[in-house]
Design a binder for this molecule. Structure first.
Ligand code: ZN
Length: 83
């Protein structure tokens, strides 16, 4: 379990994450290990405005609702080795 942070502190921490990467001491571009990241979209209308409201016990299935067309759907997390 992560430590509890009051809302103000948490917001500031998220802002730090979004700082431009050029200002940080990071590996050279060719040294990065790259993995795919597929942003979640509503399968009906394509919106990225989604609400995640629950997950299965093992956290591999997550339940979402589209804020635009209100479709409810679930996402399933795959191990890339089995994909
Ligand atoms: Zn939708």
């Amino acid at each position: 379990m992560g430590e509890w942070l009051p809302p103000r502190k948490k917001r500031r921490r998220q802002a730090e994450v979004q700082e431009p990467v050029e200002n940080k001491d990071l590996p050279f571009e060719e040294d990065w290990v790259v993995v795919p990241f597929i942003p979640l979209r509503c399968p009906s209308c394509g919106s990225t405005k989604l609400k995640t409201y629950g997950a299965s016990r093992n956290r591999l299935e997550r339940y979402h609702k589209c804020r635009v067309c209100h479709l409810q759907f679930k996402s399933v997390e795959f191990d890339p080795k089995n994909f």
